[in-house]
Design a protein around this ligand. Structure first.
Ligand code: WTA
Length: 706
């Protein structure tokens, strides 16, 4: 009986019937269509399945190849796909050198410091070329790195970051940027995993008007990496103000060096771009997964660059004369692909901003847009929600005009979408809701802006050359309009897909391909659908609506945080025996983690444990992950096999129905926890309002795949 109930429960979770209200279409203006890079519907034919994989030649031909490739797609070792085999190129050459002849005087980057009284810095392609060459010479001659080595960056949003990336690319060195807001310990773990012996960081940067010490994290990072067996030989420290050290943390003699000091020796140096095979790794980017260890997603040079250039052209609709601002951090994949590599491959002008959206007030973003003449704007729902809350009328006060806007990183609520469209976009701008992941290199789902209408809350169909499908847990295909949600997969390989998880090819296969592989011995790509790990539903018109992660990842303000990583951090607190983290719905940040801990026997729930857990998370992961609450509970709800039922506590934290708990090993504890937590949350005014169907389904699904 209990078993049967459990099965029923699982079935309803895996195959939730969805009854969304269908949103209305919005259409692009004639003006937008008239100027768009993709305005001829022929393009769908060119990228149709019958032309796969050759269709991607169009993207590869946006690049300059030192040696042209002979095989578009090599599937001989699935699922380790190889793109543009036989080709050689250099990513830095493609993003910088080749633009000099005609555009050396054009702005590559316009960097806006957070302090409004500081001057905006314009970096022309010529200036970028000089800085990148000098830094490449420094890396090569002072640090001794060469093609294939890894270098870790822990940089904030400053010009030094793209300069460092491109310098590595010039040498064929694999860069690994760790989000600047992450802790030193998180950076250290990633240094060790990648085997980097060089760390590039910064003394300090502005956030919310405050000059934050970044260098201090380097000391901890080096220490943590050493414990993991990797020695960092040199720490290169860029300075926020050249010649003036803005961090109170001492420099370590013989290990730490100021980049601006070293530069004196490399002034005017030029470094030949190293011609790399298309399949050589360009960079890696860590992302959270379902186990404690983050995954180093390894991206290729040729396939990746071709894919981000092609999607920047057609989906971001970037033209040479546009002023493009992607308001994201380069420390995330969005920044790598759509602030640096994609726009620069197209010789665009890319605006970057150091600070927070609402500093010093809610009009800041719109003043930047007005002043610089930004006409393409790209950001995440969390930023949109924040700007909407802080200044719903602000955009009207400023004279800027966007032709195109992007949203990325989490599902956007239709209400928020409409504000973005009507108020930020002044009803004139087209919107693309781009669904993709760190692993993917570039967009997977979106409307093609001039050719497919927008629908709030839906990303749209698969992008050019991407053929998605939704499967249920029994591998049945869920067709468009079925009204059911399932696991979204991509049926085919594409040039931007990551090559492997650094150092762990088995985990790569297991995580992304095993679940729906039709035949492990097959060399036909059709047998190897890519499992994205997101829940989705497809409307009758073919548009996908993404419901969020099906695994244990919490998306806070567009940052993917691994539950196991957070729980592992909580368990470093001496008193804590067990920890479980769940997402709570938050109007602004999307989701905020909430931690449940059970103490070791003999420890009293005295004061201080909550703070210790929060501090451990700040220290080991970063402030973005700091839980809103830490609840000390007598025990966790568990299955009979001893697994913590996160979805039950997720329901408690979000004031939702906990469902049937009779199959648990300790059902009685659920009610105890519910009373305690909900009473306290009510007291603190944390009862969520207006939970949408999507949110309810997401919470229900949370932790369902264990
Ligand atoms: C979610 C960010 C809905 C999704 C580029 C995915 C989205 C995870 C969207 C990847 C979107 C990203 N609509 N959900 N437009 N874009 N997601 O690796 O759950 O930081 O799996 O890459 O964010 O996050 P990541």
């Amino acid at each position: 009986m209990a078993q049967q109930k459990k099965e029923e429960l699982e079935l309803t979770e895996a195959q939730i019937a969805v009854h969304w209200k269908e949103e209305e279409y919005y259409h692009p203006s004639a003006k937008f269509i008239g100027q768009a890079n993709a305005s001829d519907p022929d393009i769908f034919e060119r990228f149709s399945e019958k032309n796969f994989p050759e269709c991607f030649k169009e993207y590869a031909d946006l690049l300059s190849w030192d040696q042209y490739w002979h095989t578009t797609l090599d599937t001989s070792n699935p699922p380790f796909w190889k793109w543009f085999v036989g080709g050689k190129l250099n990513a830095c050459y493609n993003c910088v050198d080749r633009h000099l002849e005609k555009n050396k005087n054009k702005a590559a980057f316009i960097w806006v410091p957070e302090l409004e009284n500081e001057t905006t810095e314009t970096i022309t392609y010529q200036e970028l070329y000089v800085r990148v060459n000098e830094f490449a010479a420094l890396l090569r001659d002072f640090c001794g790195v060469k093609a294939g080595d890894r270098v870790t960056f822990h940089l904030p949003m400053v010009p030094a970051l793209p300069v460092s990336m491109l310098a590595c690319a010039r040498l064929g060195v694999i860069h690994s940027q760790v989000f600047g807001g992450f802790s030193g310990a998180a950076c250290g773990g990633r240094i060790a995993d990648s085997g980097s012996h060089i760390l590039v960081t910064m003394d300090a940067y502005y956030r919310n008007g405050e000059l934050l010490d970044q260098k201090i994290k380097a000391d901890e990072a080096v220490e943590v990496a050493a414990k993991d067996g990797v020695r960092v030989d040199k720490v290169l420290v860029w300075r926020r103000y050249a010649g003036k050290y803005s961090s109170p943390t001492p420099m370590v003699e013989g290990r730490d060096y100021f980049v601006d000091d070293l530069f004196k020796k490399y002034r005017g140096e030029r470094v030949d771009p190293v011609s790399m095979p298309a399949e050589a790794p360009l960079f890696m980017m860590y992302t959270s997964g379902t186990t404690a260890k983050p995954k180093g997603c390894q991206h290729s040079t040729g396939g990746y660059l071709a894919y981000v250039a092609g999607t920047s052209k057609y989906y971001q609709d970037i033209h040479p004369e546009d002023v493009y601002w992607c308001f994201a951090d380069i420390g995330w994949i969005t920044g790598h692909s759509y602030i640096v590599y994609g726009p620069l491959a197209l010789c665009a002008t890319s605006v970057t901003y150091e600070g927070v959206p609402t500093y010093p007030d809610a009009g800041r973003a719109w003043r930047i847009a007005e002043r610089l003449g930004v006409n393409i704007f790209h950001t995440a729902p969390t930023t949109i929600r924040m700007l909407r809350k802080a200044g719903p009328e602000e955009p009207k006060k400023y004279n800027y005009h966007f032709k195109h806007m992007t949203t990325v990183g989490e599902p956007i609520e239709p209400e928020v979408w409409r504000w973005y469209h009507q108020v930020v976009g002044k009803g004139e701008a087209v919107i693309v809701d781009t669904w993709w992941q760190t692993e993917n290199g570039g967009f997977l789902g979106s409307t093609l802006p001039a050719l497919q209408p927008m629908k709030p809350g839906s990303c749209g169909p698969g992008v050019l050359g991407i053929y998605p499908v939704i499967y249920d847990e029994e591998r049945n295909q869920l067709n468009a309009g079925s009204g059911k949600a399932g696991n979204i997969c991509i049926r085919n390989p594409w040039p931007g897909i990551f090559q492997t998880i650094w150092g762990d090819p088995e985990r790569f296969v297991k995580t992304y391909y095993e679940k729906y592989c039709k035949n492990k011995n097959s060399k036909d790509w059709r047998d190897w659908p890519y499992f994205a790990g997101d829940g989705a539903t497809q409307a009758a018109d073919g548009y996908f609506r993404i419901l969020g992660r099906v695994d244990d990842v919490i998306n806070v303000a567009g940052h993917r945080l691994g539950t196991k990583e957070l729980e592992a951090a909580a368990l470093t607190v001496e008193e804590v025996a067990e920890a479980a983290v769940v997402p709570t719905i938050d109007e602004l940040r999307g989701r905020i983690p909430e931690m449940y801990v059970a103490l070791k026997p003999g420890y009293n729930p005295g004061k201080g444990v909550e703070e210790k857990v929060k501090d451990a998370i700040d220290k080991l992961i970063g402030k973005v992950a700091r839980p809103r609450n830490v609840w000390l509970v007598p025990d966790m709800p568990k299955t009979r096999s001893g697994k913590i039922m996160r979805r039950v506590i997720a329901a408690v934290s979000n004031f939702m129905d906990v469902g049937d708990v009779t199959t648990l090993a300790n059902p009685e504890v659920v009610e105890t926890i519910r009373r305690m937590v909900q009473a306290e949350k009510a007291r603190r005014g944390e009862i969520p309002k207006d939970l949408s169907k999507e949110m309810i389904e997401e919470i229900k699904r949370f932790g369902a795949v264990e």
